[in-house]
Design a binder for this molecule. Structure first.
Ligand code: ARG
Length: 565
């Protein structure tokens, strides 16, 4: 428990008859810092004490002894407001950051509780979609958030590499594929084959049946089908990997839907044995009518399995393999029903851990000018989007700071960071509107702004050049702007916990924007480097702590923190 909260809880405990946990739960943070650091509402005491909450607050505020780390206790209406001693807070917060450094914000609440995170999960033989990018960025941030809290995390890319569409692709490839040189095949070529298949299927009767037959062959392990499929998969993975490398995203496993092909039969057998399934119009389904959902389709009438069947098998396999405490699926909101359905089937199968499977959904990414504004055309090619971000930032650097060292690296870190921050800073279930001018604006609530603030702090520290020390006179850090900044910095561990609880990286983005705002207000009001040696030392420690917190926050989001830009 936070040092200050512990203190306040024990002071209150002496005066009121409530368990410690309950007191802690009731403790609030007032909206305005002028109202104190913590506030205790007295409503819940009113019944037992038979007095109005206001009267209780008044009496208790009088009775509570004022001693460090508390500076004052005041009653305001039904609340008892606690004001912390500024120097004690400055010392506690800044010393902790100074000592923990890159580890500030880390906790061990997740020790031994494995979290499996299924994210990005694109479909092979197609370009990585914008929703796969969003899933990659949100999933990666959630992974980092949980790791920071001590949870062992397993990041899985559940590739869409199975299904009837691969039968279609095989047919198309065999018929028209040789028109293109084998070795130089790209995802775009595969995509074109799909399109061609659908065009021709309208004219050529029997083409669809041919495709279904090929997928059946694939499921049955046919060599030719499998070789072609592997070829498509290799081409796709190469393209995906390029994008993940640009984003600095790593997966512990690339295990696609195909992997579960050999397990689905066993899963279906157990579902049947439990009496959960029935045949309807020649397909095998689990009726979910009692739960007000359409049926979950397990097997089509041509005997091939489906997306949901493979997800059920995958969930069971992952439970067996990782014994997870929680499994998180980062997938767009449009698949809500799919997740509700197969989570329900898992529950009906008797898996009590089904309740610990979570669908972390998110909205769409829209582009301000309708589609997408890369110069190359209308299709959203993510690689182009990222390259364009880096190029645009490169141009800005060239204008503003042409002599900067490592220009290319900085442009990449800031360009990619801008896209990441733009994606993550909106509450995840809302749609994101992507607008180049906003995303790259160094003065807006953007990635470049946060990174630039970090670089400015680094530059102050370079100017100071002496080593930073925590051996300072903390009582010198007393002005309002200073106090607010310190308070902000002290909230970081709480913010991470909250971001984990709600699977919401945007909380960290908002927090970083707040910290940058507080820092700028502090910096505009007070000189850091002055002739007053003691004061300079104290403010430098604050600058260094702010730099550290911004860096840690950016890293959790999956962004770099350049020291110069
Ligand atoms: N490949 C799917 C799609 O693009 C997403 C897979 C998400 N993960 C899962 N276990 N269903 O829609």
């Amino acid at each position: 428990m936070d040092y200050f909260i512990k203190n306040i809880v024990s002071l209150l405990k002496e005066k009121i008859d409530l368990p410690e946990d309950e007191i802690k739960r009731l403790l609030e943070i007032p909206p305005d810092f002028k109202m104190g650091d913590y506030a205790f509402p007295c409503y819940s005491l009113s019944k037992t004490l038979k007095k109005s909450p206001n009267a209780i607050a008044g009496e208790l505020a009088q009775a509570i002894p004022v001693d460090k780390p508390i500076e004052a206790v005041r009653a305001v209406g039904p609340y008892i407001n606690f004001f912390l001693d500024k120097a004690t807070r400055a010392k506690t917060v800044l010393k902790t950051i100074f000592e923990e450094r890159d580890g500030y914000g880390h906790a061990d609440v997740g020790k031994g509780k494995t979290v499996v995170i299924d994210f990005s999960s694109p479909n092979i033989a197609k370009h990585l979609g914008v929703h796969h990018l969003r899933s990659a960025l949100i999933g990666n941030a959630i992974c980092n958030i949980y790791k920071t809290l001590g949870y062992p995390c397993v990041g899985i890319n559940h590739l869409g590499d199975w299904g009837t569409q691969f039968g279609q692709l095989i047919v198309a490839y065999k018929k028209w594929g040789s028109e293109n040189a084998h070795a130089s095949y790209t995802v775009a070529d595969l995509n074109n084959l799909y399109v061609r298949f659908h065009q021709e299927a309208e004219k050529i009767p029997g083409l669809e049946d041919e495709a279904r037959a090929w997928f059946k062959k694939l499921e049955a392990g046919d060599t030719e089908a499998n070789e072609l499929w592997q070829h498509f998969k290799d081409i796709s993975l190469k393209e995906f990997q390029k994008i993940y490398d640009m984003l600095g995203i790593h997966f512990d496993a690339f295990v696609g839907e195909s992997f579960y092909n050999t397990m689905v039969e066993d899963t279906i057998t157990r579902i049947k044995e439990k009496g959960l399934s029935r045949v309807s119009e020649q397909a095998l389904i689990v009726d979910l009518e009692p739960y007000k959902m359409p049926p979950c389709l397990l097997r089509k009438k041509d005997d091939t399995t489906l997306y949901a069947t493979r997800d059920i098998a995958a969930a069971e396999y992952r439970k067996k393999t990782y014994d997870f405490d929680r499994m998180i699926y980062v997938v767009g909101s449009e698949q809500k029903l799919h997740f509700n359905q197969f989570f329900k089937v898992l529950e009906l199968m008797g898996h009590d851990w089904a309740r610990r499977c979570v669908h972390v959904d998110f909205g769409l990414m829209k582009f301000k000018d309708g589609k997408m504004s890369t110069r190359k055309g209308k299709v959203i090619l993510l690689e182009d989007l990222l390259i364009e971000a880096v190029e645009r930032i490169g141009k800005i650097i060239e204008e503003k700071n042409p002599s900067l060292e490592n220009k290319e690296t900085v442009a990449r870190d800031v360009g990619i960071g801008a896209v990441i921050f733009a994606d993550l800073s909106t509450k995840r279930n809302k749609d994101v509107v992507f607008d180049w001018d906003e995303v790259l604006n160094f003065e807006g609530e953007t990635g470049p702004y946060v990174q630039y603030t970090h670089a400015r702090l680094c530059s102050i520290l370079r100017k100071y050049w002496k080593p930073v020390t925590a051996d300072i006179r903390f009582e010198l850090l007393k002005e309002d702007e200073t106090t607010i900044l310190i308070k902000n910095l002290g909230q970081f561990p709480q913010i991470i916990l909250k971001a984990a609880e709600f699977y919401e990286p945007s909380l960290i983005c908002n927090y970083l924007i707040d910290v940058c705002g507080s820092l700028n207000r502090f910096y505009n009001a007070h000189r850091v480097l002055s002739d007053d040696e003691e004061l300079t030392k104290a403010r430098i420690l604050l600058v260094d702590a702010t730099r550290q917190v911004i860096k840690n926050g950016l890293n959790i989001l999956g962004m770099q923190a350049p020291e110069q830009m």
